[in-house]
Design a protein around this ligand. Structure first.
Ligand SMILES: *[C@@H]1O[C@H](CO)[C@@H](O)[C@H](O)[C@H]1NC(C)=O
Ligand SMILES: *[C@@H]1O[C@H](CO)[C@@H](O)[C@H](O)[C@H]1NC(C)=O
Ligand SMILES: *[C@@H]1O[C@H](CO)[C@@H](O)[C@H](O)[C@H]1NC(C)=O
Ligand SMILES: *[C@@H]1O[C@H](CO)[C@@H](O)[C@H](O)[C@H]1NC(C)=O
Ligand SMILES: *[C@@H]1O[C@H](CO)[C@@H](O)[C@H](O)[C@H]1NC(C)=O
Ligand SMILES: *[C@@H]1O[C@H](CO)[C@@H](O)[C@H](O)[C@H]1NC(C)=O
Length: 559
């Protein structure tokens, strides 16, 4: 039934996207009245590799397939920060800029994480920061956003913060519930992630009731929590979010036979930073193959549910005759490891975590085009402005995607050499005990840590080692050296790492003071409580030791 729908839609959309419809009016000082509408759908934790072969074999994603057929898909799109740690405010609809993640800040500000100094997520962008949406509004666009963050409690978020601040402390504690699956056995259960569906409905209603009557173009943003795993209350009061939940309805979209069981390095051969991540995520124990396969299957089923929400938006645009006037963009803030590299969640530069989907379709966008250039989420900002015909500010971290995807711009030489052949991703949050920097080029993935000296870097050749199991950094020292030089020319990463160390310690001290007398009690009862309560004295004194080591702001800034 659904497939039939898609086929019908595909045929009619082909007709509307035929040459002559739409097209870019570049250089227009004002977008209005003839700029296209824009709809941006951003999910949470969607592994980008599912949008192309061979990942696309494992689960049916009809609307992503639709976007691929009628638009341009980016085969090498990356997050600029694979962050976890949901931000503070619980149970309220919060302004999008305080929402969720560093990468959202990068996406909305158009700047790399180190430029907005949003280290570990507790520092939002100023609400008055100029986002692309503000700029578009100023140029005559009507704007609307839907998306809600409410799966975390304030307490949970204290845990995340304290875990991030104390990542330099010499202890190792399990912070997460073991990943598990949970099935709604009803074959007819379609709306599993109800809150996302409600937001999708609100977006559709807005299109039907409001947007349809606008004489100006509009931009609509829909933020989804799926396919992010759900909280696991069964693992105690201060739970993590490690339950992959779906229904039989969605599980049927997954081909079990196509699910790959990821290879793992033995614990003793893991990179020390990876070991810290696996350990704090409670994944260093034994997992059966069946357990891993199930976690992956459930995750893919959650991706299918996400695709259906994207589908609701596309169908509504089609029904309202807006598809031929609207550019639709789908992406995700980061991926999900789903037990690759002995981990779940993200916070890692491995493909499953850092590679995101990125698809664009609409008037003037090439159909059925696959672009292999490396691109990243900071490109969203300039792309939005470019779509609206608004001149780009000079100092953005990203580049418009239109020269790679537009029918009219694609072959224009003047755009060819603008975009650099690399992207940068960085991470400074919890579950990783050193600031991490990834430089991704066409062939290589280079990952450097901390000050560049205290931990070995990683180098992967993604063409010969797509599973990233063989670190060849020491085997190819010249390549490692030149990539490291390149990385340092983009970001003074030892200095950024030092600032983060400093920030973490200061924040921790402030928090400790604010808790006062109750400190021992509170810290023992965060998400790591199962481990902490075995030897509370030992862990407290490890923190005291860490606080005593020299902290000289001037020294660390100058490093
Ligand atoms: C945003 O507002 C804060 C105070 O509310 C102010 O300190 C800051 O400079 C403002 N930022 C911008 C970019 O206007
Ligand atoms: C870690 O996993 C084990 C089972 O392997 C479980 O008993 C324990 O509760 C988990 N720890 C946390 C903090 O959830
Ligand atoms: C939108 O236009 C339709 C008719 O085209 C009208 O029935 C409806 O009331 C309008 N809605 C709003 C919110 O103005
Ligand atoms: C990170 O944690 C691992 C595991 O405890 C440890 O071996 C490594 O030295 C730590 N690295 C840093 C930079 O703290
Ligand atoms: C970028 O440029 C604009 C003006 O062109 C300025 O207001 C803004 O502060 C700059 N941002 C950064 C991070 O340099
Ligand atoms: C102290 O912390 C514990 C554990 O978080 C909490 O249950 C208790 O209410 C706190 N007491 C005070 C006085 O804040």
């Amino acid at each position: 039934m659904l497939l039939l729908w898609v086929l019908v839609m595909a045929a009619s959309a082909l007709a509307v996207l035929a040459p002559g419809a739409g097209g870019q009016r570049r250089g227009a000082a004002h977008a209005w009245p003839d700029a296209p509408n824009v709809v941006l759908v951003v999910s949470d934790s969607f592994d980008g590799r599912l949008t192309f072969y061979p990942g696309s074999q494992v689960v049916k994603l009809p609307f992503i397939d639709f976007m691929k057929a009628h638009g341009t898909s980016f085969l090498n799109a990356y997050t600029n920060s694979p962050i976890c740690c949901p931000s503070r405010a619980a149970n309220v609809i919060i302004h999008i800029l305080q929402m969720k993640t560093e990468v959202q800040k990068a996406m909305w500000s158009g700047l790399f994480t180190h430029l907005t100094e949003s280290w570990n997520n507790f520092k939002g962008l100023d609400p008055n920061y100029t986002t692309w949406m503000d700029v578009m509004e100023k140029h005559g666009y009507r704007t609307q956003k839907f998306g809600k963050l409410d799966y975390t409690s304030g307490h949970h978020s204290v845990s995340n913060r304290v875990e991030a601040w104390t990542r330099d402390v010499a202890f190792l504690l399990r912070q997460e519930g073991r990943p598990m699956v949970n099935l709604f056995p009803k074959k007819t259960k379609v709306r599993v992630m109800e809150k996302d569906w409600r937001n999708t409905d609100r977006a559709v209603n807005w299109l039907r009731k409001e947007a349809i009557n606008y004489t100006q173009p509009f931009v609509l943003y829909l933020g989804l929590n799926l396919p992010h795993p759900y909280p696991s209350p069964s693992s105690g009061e201060n739970f993590g979010a490690s339950t992959f939940r779906t229904s039989l309805y969605w599980l049927k979209k997954v081909s079990y036979d196509a699910i790959k069981i990821p290879k793992w390095l033995p614990l003793s051969e893991m990179h020390p930073i990876d070991y810290y991540s696996s350990y704090t995520k409670n994944c260093t124990g034994k997992f059966t193959e069946k357990e891993i396969k199930n976690i992956r299957a459930f995750y893919y089923a959650m991706c299918a549910e996400t695709d259906a929400m994207l589908g609701e938006i596309i169908l509504a645009l089609r029904q309202l005759d807006l598809l031929q006037k609207t550019i639709v963009i789908y992406t995700s803030d980061h991926g999900e490891l789903a037990m690759e590299h002995r981990q779940f969640y993200k916070m890692s530069m491995y493909e499953a975590s850092a590679h995101v989907p990125l698809l664009i379709m609409g008037p003037g966008i090439q159909a059925n085009l696959q672009v292999s250039n490396v691109v990243s989420l900071v490109d969203i900002y300039p792309t939005m402005l470019d779509i609206a015909g608004i001149p780009l500010p000079q100092n953005l971290s990203g580049y418009s995607l239109l020269p790679l995807s537009s029918e009219t711009l694609k072959d224009e030489d003047k755009f060819k050499n603008l975009r650099p052949p690399w992207i940068l991703s960085e991470f400074h949050g919890c579950n990783v005990n050193a600031s991490t920097y990834m430089l991704r080029t066409n062939q290589w993935k280079y990952v450097a840590y901390s000050d560049g000296a205290s931990e070995l870097p990683q180098l992967f050749d993604l063409s010969s080692d797509p599973d990233e199991l063989t670190n060849i950094a020491t085997k190819f020292p010249e390549i490692t050296f030149s990539l490291d030089q390149k990385l340092r020319s983009i970001i003074n990463y030892p200095k950024v790492s030092a600032s983060v160390h400093q920030y973490n310690k200061e924040q921790f001290i402030k928090w400790k003071q604010s808790v006062g007398q109750n400190y021992s009690n509170v810290i023992a009862n965060l998400r790591w409580h199962q481990d902490w309560l075995k030897e509370p004295r030992k862990y407290e004194s490890a923190i005291d030791q860490w606080l005593k080591t020299h902290t000289n702001p001037k020294n660390s800034e100058q490093k």
